[in-house]
Design a protein around this ligand. Structure first.
Ligand code: IMP
Length: 440
């Protein structure tokens, strides 16, 4: 078998879904292995726009098997909506979508808990979660006693288990709610989840065993990461992170497929930076340039609709996540969004407490104090959405890309210049086609 993995190198929303969709033509199986309905992957094919939260973007290619593996947390109502919207558009999903019986279920109490925490903590300490119950669900997974896995939904004692957990959760939530009434109606939940179980039953299987069989066959696998490496629970900008290993290190844990089977890691980054929710963001542009990028890049969350914070490309951060993920090749997305700026800046180092540093601080407070040191490059005015070859790009765009390659320490293989599949330059080799010296 051969395995390729696609990893976001920033704070999520790097347009990974588009790349997965592009690469599915060459693979047999696409695997999603962490995160949940906090993710929003948009795939544009002609005039069709697909918004997916759990289901791998490979579903749009009829010949591909799509696996939602053990490390994902599933919100049944949301995944059923995704399934329905694909079925309504004529997709055949039987035998093409498999959900792990080990994946954990986001239950109503998880969403209530996420909301309660979010409203209890205000100001700079607020993580600004997507309110999809992700953290509380992973917390119960690690805590074990109150966890519900997808396989549990289709087991005979499920109703009893729901009642037992709901009875234990209610006083906990009430104590957090401080007077606000919390409703957990066990009968209603049993009825609701029994209906979900019946609809999901055909898709549930032991994906770990299935994947262990697949890796011993002559198959091509693509692993689709959700969120971005800087949101990784262990290696990201903690505590302003998500609750799973969203960097390259999460692939094996979430899927059950050992690293030795993965031969190519593709890191996806935007040509600038964005972040949704709270937390330090050294290159943030809280000004008209940031607003211009937000409007041109339509930088509003797929899942929550929140405006994304926008900023210059941070090469220190992406060099760090490139190393963390063992990235072989870069995909640089949304280059078209940068057309129309007289100059562009790239963060090449930080100043921390008066000293220049070239590493990404592991502590959120240090990162908050880090002042970006920029290199300025000339911008370009031409619109580049019709570029299909590297030679269609303005010289200054190529300079910008070359400098990113150099600073991040990894060759760029894909460049995206618009949301459609066709708006992509593939098999890029920047050094071959340019003799122009890099600007400073
Ligand atoms: P949670 O994953 O909902 O707990 O949110 C934790 C942090 O991760 C928040 O700052 C979210 O905005 C951010 N986050 C979670 N999922 C995504 C995503 O798919 N794209 C970008 N940010 C995300």
């Amino acid at each position: 078998m051969s395995g390729t993995c696609i990893i976001g190198l920033q704070w999520g929303d790097e347009a990974k879904g588009k790349l997965v969709d592009l690469l599915t033509k060459q693979v047999d199986v696409v695997v999603r292995y962490q995160g949940g309905a906090n993710a929003g992957h948009t795939v544009v094919v002609g005039d069709q726009v697909y918004k997916l939260h759990h289901i791998p973007s490979g579903i749009i290619n009829e010949n591909v098997l799509n696996i939602v593996a053990a490390g994902v947390v599933i919100h049944p109502a949301t995944i059923l909506k995704e399934i329905q919207s694909l079925v309504d558009r004529g997709f055949r999903l039987e035998d093409r979508l498999i959900l792990s019986d080990r994946a954990h279920v986001v239950m109503p109490w998880h969403i209530i808990e996420d909301q309660l925490w979010n409203s209890a903590i205000s100001g700079e300490k607020n993580i600004g979660t997507t309110l999809r119950g992700i953290g509380p669900c992973y917390r119960d997974k690690v805590g074990r006693s109150y966890a519900v896995r997808l396989g549990d939904l289709v087991r005979p004692n499920f109703a009893e288990r729901i009642r037992e957990i709901a009875a234990a959760k209610l006083p906990l939530l009430e104590s957090m709610a401080q007077g606000i009434s919390v409703e957990l109606n066990a009968d209603a939940m049993v009825a609701e989840f029994t209906a979900y179980a019946e609809q999901l039953r055909p898709y549930i299987a032991d994906t770990t065993r299935m994947l262990l069989d697949i890796v011993e066959q002559d198959k091509k696998l693509l692993f689709e990461g959700a969120q971005g490496s800087l949101l990784d629970i262990d290696h990201g900008t903690f505590p302003f992170v998500t609750s799973s290993n969203s960097s390259g290190v999460g692939v094996s844990a979430g899927s059950g497929v050992a690293f030795k089977w993965i031969d190519k890691m593709i890191g996806v980054a935007k040509s600038y930076s964005t972040r949704v929710g709270g937390g330090p963001f050294p290159t943030e542009l809280d000004n008209e340039i940031g607003e211009k990028i937000r409007q041109k890049g339509k930088e509003f969350g797929t899942t929550t609709g929140r405006p994304r914070r926008c900023g210059w490309f941070d090469a220190v951060a992406v060099r760090y996540t490139r190393r963390l993920g063992g990235i072989d090749k870069l995909a640089l997305m949304m280059l078209d969004v940068l057309s129309g700026h007289p100059e562009l800046k790239i963060c090449v180092a930080y100043e921390l407490d008066g000293k220049r540093i070239d590493y990404f601080p592991g502590d959120a407070d240090e990162l908050k104090r880090a002042i970006p040191i920029y290199e300025t490059l000339p911008g370009w005015h031409e619109e580049i959405t019709t570029a299909r070859e590297i030679t269609d790009l303005p010289a200054n765009a190529i300079r910008y890309l070359l400098r990113i390659e150099e600073l991040v320490g990894c060759p760029i293989e894909f460049i995206s210049v618009g949301p459609d599949r066709a708006q992509t330059i593939t098999s890029v080799s920047l050094t071959d086609c340019v003799s122009t010296p890099v600007g400073s």
